[in-house]
Write a protein that binds this ligand. Structure first.
Ligand SMILES: [Zn+2]
Length: 716
């Protein structure tokens, strides 16, 4: 259900940070693992060290060009070496480096991570408490039992090692045996046989964007190994690292099953041939990040129209075998890609299709097998994202668990830790920030009264969700006791599949936060609910504590709340009404005025050199950069009501929460693929827009942080 992931990724595109230096992702490839919604977002920020000789050379050769050689108007201080090579600047010249200089010089990226900073620090506090939850046998209830069963099965290396790679062998042999396109049809329409295989297409329910109260049945092509379809025209640095790492990982497992190196490589090249042909018709990451994407992907079809979309493929049989033949309405986000699947579905392409099945199946299962496979998988991640070392096994177990069973994990955690007071305080702060948005919107001179009025009604309808949802998905029927880790995966996927089938033609329960664990260090705006969701995992450390000053509170979690609310009113938010339905509510003139302002920001970012020839990509980061500015504007509006507010402390605290060092690979990946700007730019570009910053630090023309008033980007 690749498209389901894309929809989810689009909608969670307003997460504060995608991935945030996490040490382990849940999918080594973009292989759809039973429709888990956030995995794609996390996958691109996963990790690895380079233990492979060839990959290591590549990584280091590439790395050198990222260092020190320039950076304008500031040095990229998210790369540690840059801070070692320069004197400490003043806040007037480079706010981020000035505040975080000593921290950067004295900090190492922890083993198994691709970055560190406030997000990782706070994440580690939460992770330790979650691990204590998992070790605490006194916590009762079904959810606690589920998470313990998952956790213990993951850590049962004796059993996993005894089974080796044998549990995927029947699936591999089955794929090998396919000898005609009719065989492929029999394979893809038998769910048991193709259980771990992306079957060229996927079907499942997803919240309908046009009418967000209901589910629609989504039918689309399955995923690409390299994630971004643009990689198939020309490798980016990251794409090449992925290609090499996945090829090596795949052959290491195939040779353990008795295949030759050449045989494994042949499957891999055939997989690439299939994907390269398909990728021509698949939207690129850049296209998927464009606010105009919704218009292109919302294509609805009646059941009787489905077969025509891919005439060579057994569409109706496939839908029936998956249990969705009672669906009354289908959504196909990329009809042209589906037509391409059909075009490729011939005997002539049999070997390429088999290659696709083989590679995707084997790589998709690398997290579920023995230690040797798991280590090889970590090696692949390390060579892609440049980390070194590894987490403890217990921590990996928790990371995978929190991805697989987020709701049960958080319920077990809540049974151990009381969050009542924090919930009250943060809810009140959210209400205060929402109220200053009202003032901000009312004061905007460039918005027409009509748009302003609607914006305020949307603000009035905003749901403030703090720490935990009102309702959870029903996992009472799931039993994981006594299963091996591989069987746990199958039981989980089956249970989710059963839940999904029950949703067909049904209503969405918006009280559930689907697929999100509140233990993640993050926050997000959900346009289909018109809610901000502030997760427990961010309410600690430098973001939030009981004894913070007002300045620290506003710069910390306050600015984050402000950031999320702004997504209700940006180029994405403008396309969803107050009830969460895809429906534009801006007048054309207002939308054009907004675009004009956004263009100024795009141009500004496009002019920033990060290293070498690499520049920031304005169109990629526009929405998130605007949200950062709006967040600070909201907090400055709130600060203006305080007496003796210390603006120096406020801006220093703001720079502190974005302290961040990354591996070169992670930094480069974020620069080129992530809608969130690099942290040092989130600090410096945001701060230099506001008079309060100039006054606090006496910034004058000629200083590094100075931006002439006429060049400032004041969206809000
Ligand atoms: Zn955001």
């Amino acid at each position: 259900m690749k498209r389901k992931q894309i929809l989810a990724a689009l909608l969670t595109g307003c997460l504060l940070l995608a991935g945030c230096g996490t040490a382990a992702d849940s999918a080594v490839t973009e292989t759809p693992a039973e429709g888990a919604s956030k995995e794609e977002v996390a996958a691109d920020a996963s990790t690895g060290t380079a233990s492979a000789e060839s990959s290591e050379e590549t990584a280091q050769a590439e790395s050198e060009s990222y260092v020190v050689d320039g950076g304008s108007p500031w040095i990229n201080s998210n790369i540690k070496e840059n801070c070692l090579n320069f004197e400490k600047p003043s806040e007037k010249d480079d706010l981020n480096m000035a505040v975080n200089y000593d921290w950067v010089r004295n900090t190492e990226i922890p083993a198994g991570y691709t970055s560190t900073g406030t997000f990782v620090e706070v994440g580690q506090i939460i992770d330790d408490k979650a691990l204590a939850t998992l070790e605490d046998e006194s916590i009762e209830g079904h959810d606690a039992e589920l998470v313990r069963a998952f956790y213990n099965a993951f850590l049962d290396w004796d059993d996993r090692n005894a089974k080796g790679v044998s549990q995927i062998e029947p699936y591999v042999k089955d794929i090998e045996s396919l000898s005609s396109i009719d065989d492929v049809t029999a394979f893809v329409t038998d769910v048991d046989r193709s259980f771990f295989t992306p079957a060229l297409v996927g079907v499942g329910n997803t919240g309908d964007l046009t009418d967000s109260t209901r589910y629609v049945t989504n039918f689309d092509h399955t995923g690409l190994l390299l994630g971004d379809s643009a990689e198939y025209k020309e490798f980016s640095t990251v794409g090449k690292l992925k290609y090499d790492a996945y090829k090596k990982l795949f052959s290491s497992i195939m040779t353990r099953m008795g295949y030759t190196q050449d045989g494994a490589d042949k499957y891999f090249e055939e997989c690439m041939a299939y994907e390269t042909a398909l990728a021509e018709k698949v939207y690129t990451s850049l296209e998927n990040n464009d606010p105009a994407i919704y218009e292109k992907i919302l294509n609805y079809y009646a059941p009787e129209e489905m077969a025509e979309l891919a005439p060579n493929f057994p569409v109706d049989e496939f839908i029936k075998s998956n249990g969705f033949d009672n669906a009354e309405l289908f959504l196909v986000t990329e009809p042209e890609a589906l037509a391409k699947v059909s075009e490729l579905y011939t005997d002539e392409n049999l070997e390429n299709i088999k290659g696709y099945f083989m590679v995707q199946t084997v790589l998709g299962c690398t997290a579920y097998l023995d230690k040797e496979t798991f280590e090889a998988r970590l090696d692949a991640q390390r060579s892609i994202y440049g980390a070194s070392g590894a987490l403890s096994d217990e921590k990996y177990a928790y990371v995978y668990l929190n991805n697989a069973l987020p709701e049960s994990m958080e319920k077990a955690y809540m049974a151990k830790y009381d969050v009542t007071e924090t919930k009250k305080t943060i809810t009140k702060l959210c209400e205060d920030v929402a109220s200053v948005y009202r003032e901000m919107l009312e004061g905007e001179e460039w918005l027409s009264d009509e748009t302003k009025e609607y914006a305020i009604s949307k603000l009035d309808s905003l749901k403030i969700n703090v720490i935990e949802p009102n309702e959870y998905e029903d996992y009472s029927g799931l039993d994981l006791n006594g299963l091996s880790y591989f069987e746990v995966q199958k039981a989980l996927a089956n249970y989710r599949w059963e839940l999904d089938k029950k949703r067909t033609n049904g209503k969405v329960n918006k009280n559930i936060w689907e697929g999100i664990s509140t233990l993640e260090t993050n926050a997000y705006y959900d346009p289909t609910v018109n809610s901000i969701n502030i997760l427990l995992g961010i309410l600690d450390g430098d973001f939030y504590s009981d004894d913070m000053t007002k300045e620290q509170l506003y710069a910390g979690i306050g600015s984050i709340i402000g950031h999320e609310i702004s997504h209700a009113f940006d180029t994405n938010g403008a396309q969803f009404d107050k009830d969460g339905n895809y429906s534009s509510w801006w007048t054309d003139e207002d939308y054009a005025a907004f675009q004009e302002r956004a263009q100024k920001l795009i141009n500004y970012y496009d002019g920033i050199t990060v290293y070498g020839d690499e520049k920031a990509i304005g169109s990629l980061v526009q929405t998130e950069a605007i949200a950062d500015m709006a967040g600070i504007k909201a907090m400055l509006t709130l600060a203006a009501k305080e007496e003796n507010f210390d603006y120096k402390l406020f801006f220093d605290s703001y720079a502190n929460i974005w302290k961040d060092i990354q591996t070169y690979e992670a930094n480069y990946t974020q620069l080129t693929q992530d809608p969130h700007p690099l942290s040092y730019l989130r600090v410096n570009v945001t701060a230099q827009q506001y008079d309060e910053f100039y006054e606090a630090f006496d910034v004058k023309e000629g200083d590094g942080m100075y931006l002439a008033p006429e060049n400032r980007i004041l969206i809000w």
